[in-house]
Ligand binder design. Structure first.
Ligand SMILES: [Zn+2]
Length: 217
């Protein structure tokens, strides 16, 4: 079982960990700050014991992440039981953190404006996040208003609080004011950290609309 330090402190970008398993290029650790792709949020990038991580894979499911396996660029020169340094790309994590909460907030402003829509996809990358909806009209008309409302809300600096589930140990709840959704991602402490967003509509086929979310710098 890998202890998930990225939940305890999503701002931590370095930690020491003990190697618990090595299988060729693949390693497991007793604890980690290095997020593995989950809930649409991309993996971190970084190094373990100074070796570049090519891929981080979560084992288990949303409510019970048993382990995270890291595929390294080469076979490690360290052994099981050794202590290694884990480092992640700080700037990338910062963007992922901001865009993940941003995506949740945009979603709530979209349904406030248009009613409850079916979500058919979402993805959080460092350069942009996206949400795909079932909707049969172009969002062009409503998007400027949604962007303005979202940015005003972000500026008001609402707290973003992640709560543990009372029953399921790996299930976590993202909350902001009256909003609440299950989420295992990494998030900032408040909306003020996110800054302004730029929203863009993409047509991804008949009856489907995509909103792309970028951090305005
Ligand atoms: Zn989420």
């Amino acid at each position: 079982m890998t202890q998930k330090l990225f939940w305890a402190d999503p701002y931590q970008t370095e930690c020491a960990a003990t190697v618990t398993e090595i299988n060729g290029n693949k390693v497991k650790l007793n604890q980690t700050i290095f997020f593995a792709f989950s809930g649409g949020q991309e993996s971190d990038q970084g190094t373990i014991g100074g070796i570049k991580v090519l891929e981080a894979v979560k084992q288990g499911d949303k409510e019970n992440i048993i382990d995270i396996e890291y595929e390294l660029e080469k076979e490690p020169d360290f052994n099981v039981g050794d202590e290694v340094e884990v480092k992640i790309d700080e700037k990338r994590r910062e963007k992922l953190r901001k865009l993940h909460s941003a995506a949740h907030i945009v979603y709530y402003f979209v349904i406030e404006k248009l009613g409850k829509l079916k979500i058919i996809g979402s993805h959080i990358a460092a350069e942009k996040a996206r949400i795909d909806f079932v909707y049969d009209k172009p969002l062009n008309d409503v998007l400027p208003d949604i962007q303005e409302r979202v940015n005003k809300f972000l500026l008001e600096n609402h707290a973003l609080i992640i709560r543990d589930d009372e029953q399921k140990p790996d299930l976590r709840w993202w909350t902001c004011e009256e909003w609440k959704m299950p989420c295992g991602g990494t998030h900032p402490k408040s909306t003020g950290e996110i800054g302004n967003l730029e929203l863009q509509r993409k047509n991804i086929g008949s009856g489907k609309e995509r909103i792309e979310i970028r951090l305005a710098s």
